[in-house]
Write a protein that binds this ligand. Structure first.
Ligand code: BGC
Length: 510
């Protein structure tokens, strides 16, 4: 070999090894953008307990778990849950251990308004949330407050819940009380948690309370009323409270990523993205507003063929369309998993009428994808990347807050599966940020194990494990809590970090 060739080879080798090093750095420690925020989330019914204490009235989850205990896998309920009504100081201590910038929790409507209406504001309910908020602010942890995370007052449900158009006023009245009571200190408000899940799983199915199973009709009425209620609360805040309170208000939508099984199924995937995420995002974040065209067309055509006088999908008035357009300061996104899709060619029989029958799509997860403890929640980080890119393209790059993302396991402190999940999903999110998606904050679901709806306490989502045998509901950090803490401390993601899990401490100088 001549000297020149040797030199070229040497330079090539050095370049390859430099590239590798760069790649390793990228793989080991990736910085989050300046100003990026970290939090964790919970919801009132899932953690508070104290279900009938200090004047609180019944929610649909109290009612369901007490009247139909078999509906819950381990026949459990949220009567005590994590006992956070009494343990909130420990909860804040955990937030400090993790070094969080903010904590997302929800308000229990029947704890604040036991009659469902503002004729009586329960002082004990107000005091509980004041204590929690003030304890957090003492340590510079910002409250991010969800107004509605599924625990509808039972009394309102008996009057139709989200299917009664008057819910728009009832909900806005409740929101007004919350803004008045807590808005001096709360700067992040979330109107609704996961409208699709509320309407489809609660009204059009039996997967969540109130388990109405009124497929293809009630789920769409719910969608319309819920969206209008959201917009009304947004404008109330915008006009009456924002000038003095200066906060942000937004909606949180849950969406999986739907991946076409093959190139021929691109349109199928588009249909389900529009029926699922688009049903709630399109009216708020798209240029023209309203339900997605494909959804309006398909439900109208099916309804006609089925002999209905009008589409089962209700229409918004022109005024409602305007009120909804742009009514969210952030795109609040909850994301867990990805599904493959193909057109339903008669292989699956759906109830008629129903949302799935209207879109005519089959979803599934291949058996070789990595599983979690929850059915249909397999670990698919690349789906998170694709979803974020889709939101950027579809809605003109709105600022996004990830309001939930997490992994379910069985009990145990050495939760490697959860550590891997967070690393995979956060890397995917960083890829999306590098590719221009405007993600501002990331919220892990969940701070601690909690009542996982119809799964009861059989599956766990917590960075902290909760001991349900202990009357105090002792909380213990899992491995993932240490990994999360280091990520927040360094503002970077290090795939190789191995924590010392012997002791969890608070960094006072944060
Ligand atoms: C909900 C949470 C739930 C989590 C895990 C989300 O759909 O907002 O309440 O616990 O998923 O299933």
């Amino acid at each position: 070999m001549t000297n020149v060739r040797l030199l070229i080879l040497l330079v090539a080798l050095i370049t390859i090894s430099e590239c590798k090093k760069l790649e390793e750095v990228k793989q080991t420690a990736r910085k989050f953008p300046d100003g990026f925020l970290f939090g964790t989330a919970t919801a009132s019914y899932q953690v508070e307990g104290a279900w009938n204490v200090d004047g609180k009235s019944e929610s649909i989850w109290d009612y369901l778990t007490h009247t139909n205990p078999e509906a819950v896998k381990d026949m459990s309920n949220g009567d005590i849950a994590d006992n956070s009504y009494y343990q909130y100081k420990r909860d804040v201590e955990m937030m400090r251990e993790l070094g969080l910038d903010y904590y997302r929790f929800s308000l229990s409507w029947p704890r604040i308004l036991p009659t469902s209406f503002p004729d009586y504001i329960n002082p004990a309910g107000i005091e509980y949330y004041n204590n929690l908020i003030d304890e957090m602010l003492k340590y510079n942890i910002q409250p991010m407050v969800t107004l509605f995370h599924w625990d509808m007052p039972q009394k309102l449900q008996e009057m139709g819940g989200w299917n009664n158009p008057h819910i728009v006023d009832w909900y806005t009245d409740f929101a007004k009380v919350a803004f008045e009571m807590f808005g001096d200190r709360v700067k992040y408000w979330i109107t609704m948690n996961e409208p699709y899940e509320i309407c489809h799983h609660g009204y059009g199915n039996v997967n969540l309370a109130p388990m109405l199973n009124l497929t293809g009709v009630a789920e769409y009425l719910c969608a319309k009323n819920l969206l209008v209620a959201h917009a009304k609360a947004y404008h109330l805040y915008d006009k009456m409270y924002r000038p003095s309170q200066k906060g942000k208000l937004f909606i949180t939508i849950q969406s999986p990523w739907f991946e076409p099984e093959n190139e021929g199924e691109t349109e199928t995937a588009r249909d389900i993205m529009q029926f699922d995420l688009g049903q709630f995002a399109h009216p708020i974040f798209s240029k023209n507003g309203d339900f997605p065209e494909v959804m309006k067309d398909k439900v109208a055509a099916k309804s006609k063929a089925q002999g209905y006088q009008r589409s089962r999908l209700p229409e918004f008035t022109a005024e409602e369309i305007e009120m909804l357009r742009g009514s969210s300061d952030f795109f609040g996104l909850n994301h867990y998993s990805t599904h493959l899709v193909h057109r339903n060619n008669g292989d699956t029989v759906y109830a008629q009428p129903s949302n799935y029958d209207d879109m005519n799509v089959v979803t599934y997860q291949p058996s070789d994808w990595v599983a979690s403890a929850t059915d249909r929640n397999k670990v698919v980080p690349w789906g998170f990347y694709k979803l974020l890119m889709w939101i950027k393209e579809e809605y003109d790059n709105p600022p996004v807050i990830i309001t939930e993302n997490g992994y379910s396991s069985l009990p145990g402190l050495d939760d490697i599966g959860r550590v891997d999940y967070y690393r995979g999903y956060l890397n995917a999110m960083l890829d999306a940020i590098e590719d221009g998606v405007d993600v501002r904050a990331y919220t892990a679901w969940s701070l601690m194990d909690n009542f996982e709806w119809l799964q009861g306490y059989t599956v766990r989502f917590g960075l902290y494990e909760v001991d349900y045998e202990d009357p105090e509901r002792k909380r213990t950090p899992r491995k993932s809590a240490f990994v999360f803490k280091e990520m927040v401390r360094t503002r970077s993601l290090d795939n190789n970090y191995e924590p010392d899990t012997t002791e969890m401490t608070i960094d006072e100088d944060k």
